[in-house]
Design a protein around this ligand. Structure first.
Ligand code: TYD
Ligand code: MG
Length: 455
């Protein structure tokens, strides 16, 4: 029989020690040694007598097609790849207050006829009920059980009694296992509790959804190994000052990570947003300069986003630059390109950039819209709200092609845009007649300037 012993591991470098140390002898980090219980095999035990497992040819492996649990929330199903796979373990991360508990409770209440256990270590049963009443009028019809509990063994006891079809743990940082002598939320606790739930999920074929906190720098709190253990890692994000929320899949063993779920937080919970572009473009005034619309792609989903710029004379010696929702360094680079290659004198101007709706965009196809909105504000001439842009900018002022251009163009035409500006390189092999929209190809940035403001 293996003997359990506890060791201390550094959460930074993994260095092992038999006693606690304030400073890791390997990497020199302070206060990173965490206790972990490990089973030490007895020395001198008999060699293993062969294995029960047998390698098989892949086409001989059989499996039964398990049907996914489809929730009432289409956006949630879409991100998971079509529903919850039985026996899978899903981790949902996000900043505090972004709506993780709301999303899961709302989903739990909306699955008809399925027995669900919602375990909360953060809220009391009364608080959950109050929230449930706000979220759904017919919460009394659902088969959702709630319990406030933080011990994994007690949670699993409840699960054995109740036999739920879905188990939700809110959150993994608040539960603790008796086998480990460290406080809830520590690295070894999180790893142990995740493993216990994973074992339960796999043995019983019941999906487990874990809520996870994220740290200040936006990564999931807890050991990286937790992300390896779980089948899906979902991230719920958005700006808390706006209602717009995005559910992203960072890892999915049963579907594509390109899928995206979009929600809006309202007084009565989260509402699915089937067409995000219409939501993002609704508050547009035709007569204002400094606004341009970018045809971006988030994962596999086209999203049309308004970029707003304000260029004004710098009052102080050093001009100010500020970017909301857009990479600040990239803005500096685009300004340098405009300054150096195209002769637009922006060095003595303050530039403020804002992506409407509190969105954060990483798609390089937004570059052209950013540049055009800056130019528009600089000369105080508006760009028609019927135009949109999808191209990347190069360092020499050249307009570069982007991926999935056909998808962007067809979405632009569906949304009723009249013109889309893309790179000339994207036009090669493109069947323009297929689209009911004027496609303008450009090669360098001055060409865009001419076409927008001089023609
Ligand atoms: P919550 O789900 O508690 O966030 P998390 O579990 O991620 O920490 O939700 C948080 C915010 O959502 C809260 O600040 C209030 C807001 N909210 C609404 O606007 N409408 C609602 O119906 C609910 C339930 C919450
Ligand atoms: Mg919560």
């Amino acid at each position: 029989m293996a003997k359990p012993r506890s060791f201390y591991y550094c959460s930074e470098c993994g260095c092992q020690s038999s006693s606690w140390l304030g400073r890791c002898p390997e990497c020199g980090s302070f206060n990173t040694m965490q206790q972990e219980v490990v089973e030490v095999p007895k020395t001198g035990s008999a060699p293993s007598k062969g294995s029960d497992t047998q390698p098989k040819l892949i086409h001989e492996v059989t499996y039964s097609q398990q049907s996914r649990i489809v929730t009432d929330c289409n956006e949630f199903n879409r991100v998971l790849g079509g529903g919850i796979v039985p026996g899978s373990i899903i981790l949902l991360g996000g900043e505090p207050g972004i709506g993780k508990s709301t999303l899961l409770l709302q989903t739990a209440l909306s699955i008809p006829g399925r027995r669900i256990l919602y375990v909360s270590g953060e809220e009391s049963e009364q608080q959950i009920k109050m929230r449930a009443d706000r979220l759904s009028e017919n919460s009394n019809n659902s088969q959702c059980y709630v319990v406030t509990e933080t011990s994994t063994s007690k949670i699993l006891d409840h699960v054995r009694d109740l036999k739920p079809e879905i188990l939700i743990i809110d959150s993994i940082q608040t539960v603790n296992s008796e086998t480990i002598d460290s406080s809830a939320g520590s690295i070894s606790q999180i790893r142990e509790c995740t493993t216990e739930f994973q074992r339960y999920a796999k043995e019983n074929g019941i999906p487990v959804i874990l809520v996870g906190h994220i740290t200040k720098d936006g990564t999931l709190a807890g050991p990286k190994v937790m992300e390896h253990i779980v089948d899906c890692v979902l991230q719920f994000e958005g700006d808390r000052n706006y209602g717009f929320r995005i559910l992203r899949s960072l890892k999915n063993r049963f579907g594509s990570t390109a899928e995206l779920g979009i929600f809006e937080m309202e007084g009565s919970g989260l509402r699915e947003v089937a067409n995000p572009s219409e939501y993002l473009l609704s508050q547009r005034d035709e007569t204002l300069s400094g606004a341009a619309i970018a045809a971006t792609l988030e994962g596999a989903r086209p999203m049309f986003i308004e970029v707003q710029s304000l260029v004004s004379s710098a009052v102080y010696g050093t001009p100010q630059r500020n970017a909301n929702g857009f990479d600040f360094k990239r803005l500096s680079m685009l300004l340098a390109v405009l300054e150096k290659r195209c002769g637009f004198k922006l060095g003595a101007k303050d530039v403020f950039l804002n992506i409407a709706g509190g969105m954060k965009v990483n798609d390089p196809a937004i570059d052209l819209a950013v540049v055009c909105s800056i130019l528009s504000s600089n000369i105080d001439m508006p760009i028609s709200p019927k135009y949109c842009f999808a191209a990347e900018m190069g360092l020499s002022g050249e307009v570069r092609p982007v991926t999935h251009v056909e998808q962007r163009i067809s979405e632009a035409s569906r949304l009723g845009f009249e013109k889309i500006f893309v790179s000339n390189y994207n036009l090669k092999g493109l069947d323009r007649k297929r689209f009911n929209i004027q496609i303008v190809g450009i090669s360098i940035i001055e060409e865009a300037f001419r076409k927008l403001f001089s023609e």
